[in-house]
Ligand binder design. Structure first.
Ligand SMILES: *Cc1c(COP(=O)(O)O)cnc(C)c1O
Length: 402
């Protein structure tokens, strides 16, 4: 037998979703008539907007004709999409990004995992707790052991101050999955200042930036002065425009970003990422990139904004409903997730069982995202408004918690 990558043994099996499925199935066995409301979904539910799917279909037709067929495209993404991203995403924020700093990909999940191929194995990594599990597991797979956890809790208002100790790479996610909370400009400025002082790199995941409605909350880390020298940004069309099944995202690597190689030479991270992508990636399909570019067309943008508004309205309903029940909630204002603080002493999985038994509602136990998520519960707004309303009614009738 071959010797396998030993680091895989360091990764915890994904108990969380398996456990949720098991418990839900057991409940259905006992209650075959139950009409379960799923409020744990981390996936969009509305179909792709009209303008976007029309662009996709048109590009599909082009592929079937000799004159307009497209073979391999540029590994970095087509110029038309990189330019559309600069104009549609960054110009409205008064942020200067060049098309050559944008790398189109088939998802932020792979990019946030793959990006660490650029860093030395000995880098010290800082991650939130609770956290999007990809950051942690991809680092463990690569054999990184020097990991520092930054608590995101009600005690620090989900906006922890920069660390006192030195770390090399910091993952920040705002609007945050799972907590649904955001970092303001001044809070993010503190992290940028820290990174400049310490010579660290920030990996900024803003997959949910389309949900932000307050100008004081940055949609891009490059709204923060100095960020071009210290930050890589990840954005995705998945939650913004319903691309979870189409697959398109992009990563921004500013030309200012530099690192030291094994011989002490200064190297460009943009050049390294370009080399990495050219070697291991062959681009996103032409129809998908045409669809993504259509998101920034006037009609596409309006349609996509309507979808985001729909989910945001669901989130507001969840927040209000739970608050009326006397619960403390966080997030959900600039994100599709509401992070519920459970009454003292109630554990995440106890609440999961209670919600399922009494209300036939499935949510996500906070502890599944890290130890600091214990005592919290994630509810998702990515569902049907009427079903969510029904879920809230059930909770009001059948849950007596506070
Ligand atoms: C959904 C999500 C993404 C997007 O992933 P894709 O691979 O682009 O679909 C990225 N980061 C976080 C935290 C997410 O929840």
């Amino acid at each position: 037998m071959i010797n396998v990558n030993p680091h895989f043994s360091q990764i915890k099996p994904t108990y969380l979703f398996a456990q949720i499925r098991q418990k839900t199935e057991a409940y259905l066995q006992q209650n075959p008539e139950a009409d379960i409301i799923y409020m744990g979904i981390g996936d969009v539910t509305l179909p792709i907007s009209n303008a976007v799917i029309t662009a996709f279909e048109k590009a599909g037709d082009e592929m079937g004709q000799k004159e307009s067929f497209h073979g391999y495209g540029p590994e970095q993404g087509y110029g038309f999409l990189r330019e559309a991203i600069v104009r549609g995403e960054y110009e409205p924020l008064d942020v200067e990004i060049e098309a050559s700093e944008i790398f189109v990909s088939d998802g932020s999940k792979c990019d946030v995992g793959n990006i660490q191929e650029l860093f030395s194995e000995s880098c010290r990594i800082a991650l939130g707790n609770p956290v999007y599990p990809v950051y942690l597991d991809s680092n463990l797979m690569a054999g990184r052991t020097d990991i520092v956890y930054i608590p995101f809790t009600a005690e620090n208002n989900f906006a922890p101050l920069p660390l006192k100790e030195h770390v090399d790479v910091i993952y920040l996610c705002s609007p945050n999955n799972p907590t649904g909370t955001v970092l303001t400009k001044s809070q993010l400025q503190a992290w940028v200042d820290y990174a400049k002082k310490e010579g660290s790199l920030i990996l900024f995941d803003s997959a949910y930036s389309a949900f932000i409605s307050d100008p004081e909350v940055p949609k891009s880390i490059y709204e923060i002065p100095g960020a071009r020298e210290v930050a890589i940004e990840f954005k995705s069309f998945s939650k913004t425009a319903g691309f979870t099944g189409l697959r398109c995202a992009f990563t921004v690597v500013p030309h200012e970003l530099k690192g030291l190689d094994g011989e002490g030479n200064v190297v460009s991270l943009n050049a390294m990422w370009n080399r990495r992508q050219c070697t291991k990636f062959n681009g996103v399909s032409y129809p998908v990139q045409r669809a993504a570019a259509a998101v920034y067309s006037p009609v596409g943008w309006r349609e996509v904004k309507d979808q985001v508004r729909y989910y945001r309205e669901n989130a507001r309903m969840i927040r209000d409903g739970l608050q009326e029940m006397g619960l403390t909630v966080y997030g959900g204002e600039h994100a599709p997730y509401v992070w519920v603080k459970l009454p003292d002493g109630v554990k995440s999985f106890e609440f999961f069982d209670l919600l399922l038994d009494r209300c036939a509602i499935v949510g996500t136990p906070g502890v599944g995202f890290g130890s600091c998520g214990e005592g919290y519960f994630r509810l998702s707004a990515f569902g049907d408004t009427e079903r969510i309303k029904m879920g809230l009614e059930r909770m009001k009738e059948n849950l007596r918690l506070v």
